[in-house]
Design a protein around this ligand. Structure first.
Ligand SMILES: Cc1cc2nc3c(=O)[nH]c(=O)nc-3n(C[C@H](O)[C@H](O)[C@H](O)COP(=O)(O)OP(=O)(O)OC[C@H]3O[C@@H](n4cnc5c(N)ncnc54)[C@H](O)[C@@H]3O)c2cc1C
Ligand code: FES
Ligand code: FES
Length: 1254
């Protein structure tokens, strides 16, 4: 039977695809074959939410539409036959009007770089549509559901709060006054007024309907695609599937046939080969059913995880175990993976590929079994047997269904079931470090009044073994025992011998410690209380906090000023609605010209080696590959140069030698990005490590071998005071303490990308997602050996940079330009996430050794530092690090300060600027030392901090003229202010009380100051008034999400408004910011250092001043004959008089204002779970002196985003290293100490006077 054509709808539009490679994803199709660009590619692994869409399926029998969100980066196009897809630009757009979701995201300032925003909008839309279709309470979206709707979406800019506020503004149970700062209402307005001003949402109008043409088609087709054209089969029964498999040869073509359900498995295991045929098993009724009876629940293997959760959670009788499994499964992946990923897919990956599954652990503990079929023979295996049987993947065996037994406690026994999961993000969207599930049947022992374990099943997974296991020795040991401290101790001892991660497992000690912690958490309360509570958690002090997460609360103070209208007002970010709808154009959204080629990098996997050859596996050029570009392709007149900074240049390609892993060796150029990426997996680089020496892989080795970069004198920080004298004045000294800090990756949502178009006369236009277009232009011109005026680099906006697109974007753009020149065809590169992470380099790791002198009252007298900075292989901007570190470390009065800083050259990827480079490290070092001092004096660290805050005199000593005037030093004021506004003292006392009363959870509160040295840079700006009075503005700065365009727009409106004619007050809407173009805006430098907005604003203010002066004579002339003059009239007349209405300036900061200090104070209260190491920030308060804000909405957003990024910085870099806040591994020794001091322990507990700490 000839099958159907592939037909589906996108945003109501019909798409008929007559043939397609079956591995094509929905994302690839949408981005290359439609005009809908709101689906963004960020991770390509189902982990970030940038690509999500709404999938609607119509059931002709029930006449019902089912709707949910899925990721488009993993969903295969052929699986969507007869489906309807809705994207954010389909919800609303510039043409047909924005959707209320877009408007509210804009109004709540919830979009910064905007790369994540369309995905966020779709997640919220999905929650609204679910609420609308809910049978029980239609249109009732709770605030919790609204907030949870975006739990799987990553945002690296906003800090989430404004996004959560925008979402909650749709909730029926939200107190509108709890919503954060927005542009809809003003202070003091009533609730009714506020509600009225929110962009209205009407489900009947604002929810998308299923297209009628598809309904008709579905009613008369069988959802079977023509196999010859699509290589896609959709068997309608297990028998049919068996028939198909029977015709395949296991050794040969079976390997080229793939069973597929949601295809989410490719998020973890990248597809590196082309399959000849896909078999979509998701439509097989026997495998899609859910059956319930007294014995348990039977679930078809293709049932999605979301539907499994629903089925488990809706159970009412004897549902204890089911519900616990359901709750745990809500943390598996994210909602869109759960919506398409099947339970069977998970179990097959876990069984055959050692996938770190949560589900197998849960099912193992619950004694589930699976049914499989092979060549018509069915087999039932218990989960434990299934996991150890030979891998079924790529065999003819098919997993049919799963059976979970119903567990019921008898009247005399208790049934306990608890599940555990430790992951980077506790509520999902992160694979577990380790998981566990414990089932126990317990009863009372009449003679001892203790609890006896009648039966137990203890399952652990993801700990670094091949698959989930049962701790059988521990189970056997516990069975029949009366629980006591010695029994628990022995159980834990036995467990330590069972949970043995394989050698290459990361965090293996942590994982082992967690396993013990979980078991302890399960059993200890039974011993302590002598009773159980199966329905709730049977422990008093250790409730899983993710089950009842509180809603995010919000409190902000915003100071708006009308004095310089519209500067200082909380204007909505320029283009925010467009960013939400997904129409805002990033480099990869620029439509490809015909014959456009695509590039992907082959990078080195050796730190130091000769490169003997670069080729492909089996000497076969992979499909679609047209060229492999290496250093040999650089024109003779050009240079092998990949970046330039004030400190030097670096290579584009490795030549005969590779000098670091991650170094670019070649660029594969192919007809599609997919082919280029796949070809890099098939690349074979032959290395030779003979006669080349050993690589430098540590800072210590670099020092030993004098592999150092020389810091120019003007970048050398200066010591302060006399260190010997300072040390002599000290009552106490702490000597030679060593600290180490790690690196960090940027995780901008848009990876590095460029598009190069060859132009006439040896010219090129290069679109680059860069923070430094001008440098990029120089590098491309130098590499190609052409004048700079032949190279036009254009940057409109960047999907997050955080410093990573300042230098590291240059080699990408340069390689792209080189390929375009060589091939004389357009070439684009969109670096995939893995390559981006490997090549990016990230933050500078450090080794710090310090000696500090101080008096008995906590006053510091001297600090001596030795710093070894790991710069990696290239100089990049690493030579600014010594100054940056010292500038932030000087925030305290150290008395005297001396240091020896070495910038080490190692054979590691070169490190670059990452969000406040050096300053994060400097601040950490300072706080670490202060904590150590306080700890050694047994003093309150807050007191030590206060004592050592600068006086104005010491500030001048440490910061010289940047200290400014005495009244500009506001830090002590902020310090005191925060004490009151954050209620610091009272909370510090409650923290102490909390710690006295809790054994397993501890809290800490801390207040820290910050001083940031702002350095202005020269920058150009250009303002042009066009014939119709609209205004075009060009600035050198790049809009990376920081709101630069909005501030500039406000400044131009203010500057031109100085003409004071009719309408000049309302120019904001008539001002457009243009993309940065290096041939139009020369001397544009780079966007970095948090000063670009200010500099650009000043440049355009100067332009406006010039234009106003030029317009004034015309205005005076008009006013001689008229009583008033409108803006339009004025411009018309000025044009007629040939007044030059375009002005360019180059703002050069005066030396007196080129540098100044910026102050802030923050306090955070955190809670640590000592059993799992889980930390929670309970509250953060910040007071930041930003002077007069140009736009409080934008600045507030920047501050909030910074908190989040800094928290992540600290988490990633300094984890486990804070001085008196060390994370304790759960050791047997500690446990023993704790358990066997039981007599005084329990007595203390009863009087709520517990000891602190483990
Ligand atoms: C970003 C992300 C995060 C995740 N986080 C978690 C997590 O925290 N915890 C966790 O447990 N899991 C997690 N997962 C895994 C997720 O649960 C699985 O990807 C999903 O369940 C696989 O289902 P699928 O239908 O998409 O399988 P597919 O991708 O369609 O198939 C996976 C493999 O199994 C084979 N296969 C599928 N069904 C059968 C069958 N019935 N018989 C024989 N072979 C079959 C396929 O041929 C394929 O090789 C995560 C996945 C992603 C992408
Ligand atoms: S989830 Fe698809 S790009 Fe990240
Ligand atoms: S706005 Fe969310 S990633 Fe930039």
């Amino acid at each position: 039977m000839a099958g159907d054509d592939l037909v589906f709808a996108v945003n109501g539009e019909k798409f008929e695809v007559l043939s397609v490679n079956p591995s094509t994803t929905l994302l690839e199709f949408l981005r290359s074959n439609t005009c809908f660009k709101s689906v963004k590619l960020s991770c390509g692994e189902g982990g970030c939410g940038a690509c999500i869409v709404i999938l609607s399926k119509y059931d002709p029998v029930l006449d019902q539409v089912e709707e949910y969100s899925i990721n488009s980066c993993l969903t295969l196009l052929c699986s969507l036959n007869g489906c309807s897809i809705t994207t954010s630009d389909g919800l609303g757009n510039t043409e047909k009007g924005f959707h209320p979701i877009h408007k509210r995201f804009a109004g709540f300032h919830a979009s910064q770089c905007g790369f994540c925003t369309p995905g966020m909008c779709i997640s919220l839309y999905s929650a609204l549509s679910k609420a609308h279709n809910s049978q029980s309470s239609p249109d009732y979206l709770t605030a919790l559901a609204a907030e949870k709707s975006i739990a799987g979406n990553l945002c690296r800019c906003t800090g989430y709060r404004p996004i959560a506020d925008a979402c909650k503004s749709f909730a029926s149970d939200v107190d509108i006054e709890d919503l954060g700062f927005n542009s809809f209402w003003r202070k003091g307005e009533s609730r009714e007024e506020m509600l009225k001003k929110l962009p209205p949402y009407n489900p009947d109008k604002d929810l998308v309907t299923f297209p009628d043409f598809l309904k008709e088609k579905i009613k008369c087709q069988h959802n079977v695609l023509d196999q010859t054209r699509y290589h896609w089969s959709t068997p309608g029964s297990v028998a049919e599937l068996q028939e198909i498999l029977a015709t395949t040869n296991p050794g040969k073509d079976r390997g080229l046939i793939k069973l597929v359900v949601g295809n989410t498995g490719t998020g973890y295991y990248k597809e590196e080969k082309q399959y000849g045929r896909y078999i979509d098993i998701s439509h097989i009724p026997e495998m899609s059913m859910i059956k319930k009876d007294d014995r348990g629940i039977e679930i078809g293997a293709v049932v999605t995880i979301s539907k499994v959760i629903d089925a488990l959670m809706e159970e009412n009788t004897s549902a204890y175990v089911f519900k616990k499994i359901g709750v745990h499964m809500e943390k598996v992946a994210n909602h869109f993976i759960r919506n398409s990923g099947s339970i069977g897919g998970n179990l097959v990956m876990a069984q055959s590929k050692s996938f770190p599954s949560d589900i197998t652990t849960l099912l193992l503990a619950a004694d589930a079994s699976v049914h499989m079929i092979n060549a018509g023979r069915q087999k039932k295996l218990r989960m434990g047997e299934y996991l150890v049987s030979p891998p079924i993947l790529d065999t003819k065996t098919v997993l049919l269904k799963v059976h979970i037994p119903r567990w019921i406690a008898s009247s005399t026994t208790g049934l306990l079931f608890e599940t555990y999961r430790a992951a980077l993000r506790p509520i999902g969207s992160a694979l577990p470090y380790i998981n566990a599930a414990f089932l126990a049947v317990v009863s009372h022992d009449a003679s001892s009044s203790g609890i006896i374990v009648d039966k137990c099943r203890l399952a652990f997974g993801s700990y670094g073994g091949y698959h989930s296991i049962r701790a059988r020795e521990v189970e056997d040991f516990l069975t029949g025992k009366i629980l006591s401290h010695s029994v628990l101790y022995e159980a834990v001892r036995l467990l330590k011998g069972i949970i043995v991660p394989s050698i290459d497992t990361s965090y293996s000690e942590y994982k082992k410690s967690l396993a013990v912690g979980f078991l302890f958490d399960f059993l200890y309360p039974l011993i302590e209380s002598g009773s159980w509570d199966s329905e709730g958690k049977h422990i008093d002090g250790h409730v899983d906090p993710t089950i009842c997460l509180p809603l995010l609360s919000s409190a902000q103070q915003v100071f708006e000023s009308k004095e310089f209208h519209p500067v200082g007002e909380a204007i909505i970010k320029f283009g925010a609605e467009m960013q939400a709808s997904g129409e805002a154009v990033y480099v990869d959204d620029i439509p490809s010209l015909p014959h456009c080629l695509h590039g992907a990098f082959i990078y080195s996997t050796k730190p130091l080696a000769w490169i003997k050859s670069v080729g492909f596996s089996g000497n076969v050029t992979p499909i679609g590959v047209l060229a492999v570009i290496t250093f040999k392709d650089i024109p003779e007149v050009g240079q092998n140069i990949g970046y330039i900074t004030m400190f030097g240049t670096g290579l584009l390609f490795a030549d005969e030698v590779t000098i670091s892993a991650g170094q670019i060796i070649a660029l594969v150029v192919a007809d599609t990005q997919k082919h280029a990426d796949m070809a890099t997996h098939l690349a074979v680089v032959e290395y030779d490590s003979r006669n080349i020496g050993t690589p430098v892989l540590s800072v210590e080795d670099a020092v030993k071998r004098s592999s150092l970069f020389e810091v120019p004198p003007e970048y050398q920080p200066e010591p302060v005071g006399d260190i010997s004298k300072g040390m002599a004045e000290a009552d106490r000294k702490i000597r030679s303490v060593e600290l180490r800090l790690g690196s960090q990756y940027f995780f901008y949502m848009e990876t590095q990308t460029a598009l190069a178009l060859p132009d006439e006369d040896n010219c090129l236009v290069v679109y680059s997602s860069t923070q430094a277009p001008e440098f990029t232009q120089t590098v491309i011109a130098t590499c190609l050996g052409i004048p700079e005026h032949n190279v036009r680099v254009i940057t409109r906006r960047v999907g997050g940079g955080f410093g990573g697109k300042a230098i590291k974007s240059m080699p990408v753009a340069t390689a792209c330009a080189l390929a375009a020149k060589k091939m004389q065809r357009p070439v684009r590169i969109y670096v995939n996430r893995k390559t981006d992470m490997i090549m990016a380099g990230g933050r500078h790791p450090l080794k710090i050794t310090y000696s500090v002198g101080f008096r008995s009252d906590g006053k510091l007298t001297a600090l001596e530092l030795n710093l070894l900075i790991d710069a990696g292989i290239d100089v990049d901007v690493s030579l600014v690090m010594p100054q940056n570190i010292m500038n932030s470390l000087r925030k305290y009065d150290w008395g005297a300060l001396s240091f020896d800083i070495k910038v080490c050259k190692t054979n590691l990827p070169s490190r670059t600027s990452l969000r406040a480079p050096g300053e994060v490290q400097g601040s950490y070092i300072a706080e670490s030392i202060i904590e150590n001092v306080a700890s050694s004096l047994n003093m309150d660290v807050d007191v030590v901090r206060r004592i050592n805050l600068h006086t104005y005199e010491s500030l001048r000593k440490f910061y010289k003229q940047a200290a400014g005037e005495p009244d500009e030093y506001t830090l002590p004021l902020l310090w005191d202010k925060l004490e009151i506004s954050a209620d610091f003292r009272r909370r510090a006392e409650s923290v102490k009380e909390f710690n006295r009363c809790n054994i397993w959870r501890k809290r800490g509160i801390s207040r820290v100051p910050i001083i940031h040295l702002v350095i202005h840079r020269p920058t150009p700006g250009k303002v042009s008034i066009l014939n119709d009075g609209s205004v075009a503005v060009e600035v050198a700065g790049i809009e990376v999400g920081q709101g630069l365009w909005t501030k500039v727009q406000q400044m131009v409106a203010y500057g031109l408004g100085m003409i004071k004619c009719e309408g000049s007050d309302d120019l904001l809407e008539r001002i457009r910011l243009l993309q940065t173009d290096t041939l139009s805006m020369s001397q544009s430098s780079y966007t970095a250092g948090s000063t670009t907005s200010e500099n650009c604003c000043e440049a355009v203010r100067l332009c406006c001043g010039i234009l106003v002066e030029r317009l004034r004579p015309t205005m005076n002339q008009i006013l001689e004959n008229a009583r008033a003059v409108t803006w339009d009239m004025l411009i018309q007349q000025a044009n007629a008089q040939s007044v030059d209405l375009s002005a360019r300036t180059f703002y050069k900061p005066e030396s007196s204002s080129a540098e100044y200090l910026n102050y802030g104070v923050g306090a955070s209260e955190v809670e640590v779970d000592l059993v799992t190491g889980r930390t929670e920030i309970l509250r953060s308060d910040i007071i930041y002196d930003c002077g007069k804000s140009l736009n409080p909405a934008v600045d507030l957003g920047q501050v909030i985003r910074l908190i989040l990024v800094r928290i992540l910085d600290v988490h990633l870099m300094f984890y486990n290293r804070l001085v008196n806040w060390r994370f304790c591994l759960f050791s047997l020794r500690r446990l023993k100490e704790r358990l066997f001091k039981e007599s005084d322990f329990s007595c203390m507990r009863s009087t709520r006077q517990m000891k602190t700490g483990l």
